[in-house]
Design a protein around this ligand. Structure first.
Ligand code: EPZ
Length: 420
């Protein structure tokens, strides 16, 4: 039985004050996996206290590796001698990002046995690019009884082309290629900040990676990697979520520890919608509203395009904007689950394939709704902040996967929200 906790949010309060952004979930997850590539201790700072991070800790511990919190945000990982190369179904099914240990296991132990990650609410989420990449590096891959088994004598560098700039596949192959013989070139690679951070972390370990942030990443294999000390960057999606929360409530919120460059597309779209985004310092922005919220169209795209992980939150904002907005989801095939719940709150949203057409309404009204995935759940919180009455959101465990203390941070900004 999943955690029955729910949120109760009474809408109507403009948010005011300052919010501090925590470490980036998706950067922490891939960097934690990369620690397996060395037999030396790694120390990671600014690691967010999130259930997805706890899941990755469980996976790494299952492999026989010592992991412990040095303080509330510092992880100590000691992958000295481990030999278990299997990540079991019950762990991988709770978090598909566990699949990111496959590259390091193949590189370090020359074999891996990982449960095939299932799909999730936002799509089938296959891993064919990952497997094709490992095969290009010489690994033998078989799928049986829901597990993917990989074995290789020696990984040998190769040229790999991705049909789509997959974030996870770029990360997995990049990690495996660091210890391959010779050079690997990944073409049509993902350019996301999390890929840049992972490559920077690997280079600090002694890897030889160039082209990070471009669509061609080159990795020259090395003999071994050493343990390093690294600080995780702030979470751009958490930051974008609070920017939109400030915008939707018509408040004035200072958001600290953000990298505005990594949020360029979100900032541009908020400004087009009539929201003021002022740079206070280089890692701080202040969000405030002028008057009405204008409807704008967005198309989610791989980085540096508008992030799919902010699509749901932006849909909440557009549901009370002045006019009609078209939101096109180009990254995942089924990422509009939150539209149904927003409709229950009075939003006027039509879904046509990859397009959603949102006709702004004057106001939303509270209703019992259910989070079905991490970012869709966040979108319902944002809608609850402005809906008339008290909105009840169930299955908030989805939201806890990616947001540190979301109800506490929102309460500090003046929101009426409680977890029951
Ligand atoms: C990462 O997922 C993130 N997760 C997702 O964040 C994010 O939404 C996504 O990138 C896109 O930015 C982590 O980093 C842990 P993809 P990932 O591979 O790597 C298709 C969140 O909210 N594809 O870039 O799985 C895939 O089906 C999560 O924190 C293949 O077809 O995303 C999708 O349509 C949700 N075959 C598209 O590519 C493959 O082998 C993009 O997926 C791999 C992917």
């Amino acid at each position: 039985m999943q955690n029955p906790e729910r949120f109760f949010i009474t809408g109507g309060k403009p948010l005011q004050g300052t919010v501090i952004i925590d470490g980036a979930k998706n950067s922490a997850l891939s960097i934690m996996a990369a620690c397996l590539l060395t037999s030396e201790v790694c120390v990671l700072e600014n690691v967010p206290q999130l259930t997805d991070v706890y899941s990755m800790i469980e996976v790494i511990k299952t492999l026989g590796i010592q992991v412990e919190w040095k303080d509330s945000n510092t992880l100590y990982i000691d992958p000295d001698d481990f030999n278990n190369y299997e990540a079991p179904y019950e762990l991988v099914k709770t978090m598909r990002a566990s699949f990111l240990v496959m590259g390091p296991l193949i590189a370090r132990l020359k074999k891996a046995k990982i449960s095939l990650p299932g799909g999730c609410a936002i799509g089938a989420r296959p891993v064919d690019f990952h497997l094709k990449g490992f095969q290009s590096l010489g690994a033998n891959i078989v799928t049986e009884k829901g597990y993917i088994k990989a074995e290789v004598k020696n990984l040998v560098g190769n040229d790999i082309y991705f049909d789509f700039p997959s974030l996870g596949a770029t990360e997995n192959i990049m990690m495996a290629a660091t210890l391959a013989e010779g050079t690997t070139m990944i073409e049509n690679a993902a350019k996301d900040p999390e890929v840049i951070e992972l490559g920077t972390f690997l280079n600090k370990m002694g890897a030889q990676i160039s082209g990070l942030g471009t669509d061609i990443i080159t990795i020259k294999g090395v003999k071994e990697l050493k343990g390093v000390h690294y600080r995780i960057i702030p979470d751009r999606i958490e930051a974008g979520t609070y920017m939109i929360a400030a915008a939707i409530t018509g408040g004035v919120v200072e958001i600290k520890h953000i990298n505005p460059y990594y949020l360029k597309s979100c900032i541009v779209k908020l400004e087009e919608a009539g929201i003021n985004v002022d740079n206070k310092e280089d890692d701080t922005v202040i969000i405030s509203n002028s008057d009405i919220i204008k409807s704008v169209d967005i198309k989610t795209m791989p980085f540096p395009g508008f992030p799919t992980d902010l699509q749901a939150q932006f849909m909440s904002l557009m549901s009370i904007a002045n006019g009609t907005s078209i939101i096109t989801e180009n990254v995942f095939e089924n990422r509009f689950a939150h539209a149904g719940d927003l409709r229950r709150m009075g939003a006027d949203i039509k879904i046509e394939g990859r397009n959603s057409i949102i006709k702004g309404v004057k106001k939303l009204s509270a209703a019992p709704v259910m989070a079905s995935d991490l970012r869709g759940g966040a979108a319902l919180v944002l809608a609850g902040l402005i809906a008339e009455g008290t909105t009840e959101i169930s299955r908030v465990y989805h939201i806890d996967r990616g947001y540190v203390k979301i109800e506490e941070k929102l309460r500090e900004l003046g929101a009426h929200i409680r977890r029951v």
